[in-house]
Design a binder for this molecule. Structure first.
Ligand SMILES: [Fe+2]
Length: 216
């Protein structure tokens, strides 16, 4: 384990030991302070995932698990070198492989923390595709954990509509079109429909900013 990883682990463990009230906010703050882009992304993904789950009528306990696991879904990215993660040019095969290791890194980190261990599979499978073409294991359909499938849709919309150092984000309309077109390929179609229903009324410039829903 690298020095960087052991420090991250120590801080995460400390947050996980706090009582339930306020620990998610601390987790969100920790993420944004450690790596701002991933932190803000994770907070927004968590918000989108939760409103999707509410639209689906999922029970409260499952929504609470979704909230935490979505905050943690990209925790493994904190171990990927910044210059690779935000490279402005084309990625080499090795760099792509390195980035695609982040679900594995995240999952193995969470396995070491008692309170977050229950989320390690959700984090591990958040880049699987509904048609089996995703990673790391090529799981398909309902073999992919339900909460991973919800996070995958929320993650895609947030990533598509946000600017990154290496590209400009799509408009809300363009992102929604892309979700509709690929809903049977990459994402669970039923969950994609619930997400689209939940964000009905959003438009470019609205959405979830820092965990707060700005509805029109
Ligand atoms: Fe990810």
């Amino acid at each position: 384990m690298t020095y960087h990883e052991s420090i991250l682990l120590q801080k995460l463990k400390a947050i996980s030991l706090k009582d339930t009230g306020g620990s998610n906010e601390e987790l969100a703050l920790f993420l944004t302070k450690t790596e701002n882009i991933t932190g803000i992304h994770s907070i927004r993904v968590s918000g989108y995932a939760v409103i999707t789950a509410m639209e689906m009528g999922l029970p409260e306990e499952l929504i609470a698990s979704l909230h935490v696991s979505a905050l943690l879904h990209d925790i493994g990215k904190l171990l990927i070198p910044h210059h690779v993660l935000y490279k402005t040019g084309c990625l080499s095969e090795e760099e792509t492989a390195l980035i695609q290791e982040h679900p594995l890194h995240g999952s193995s980190m969470l396995k070491k923390i008692e309170r977050y261990r229950q989320y390690c599979d959700i984090v591990l499978y958040h880049h699987e595709f509904f048609n089996g073409q995703g990673y790391p294991q090529g799981l398909s359909g309902s073999d992919i954990p339900l909460l991973s499938r919800i996070i995958a849709v929320a993650d895609a919309y947030e990533a598509m509509t946000s600017d990154r150092p290496y590209r400009k984000g799509f408009s809300h309309r363009e992102a929604v079109n892309r979700l509709r077109i690929s809903r049977h390929i990459q994402w669970d179609p039923g969950i994609t429909d619930s997400f689209l229903q939940a964000i009905k009324g959003f438009s470019s410039g609205s959405g979830i900013k820092n965990g707060i829903i700005n509805e029109l």
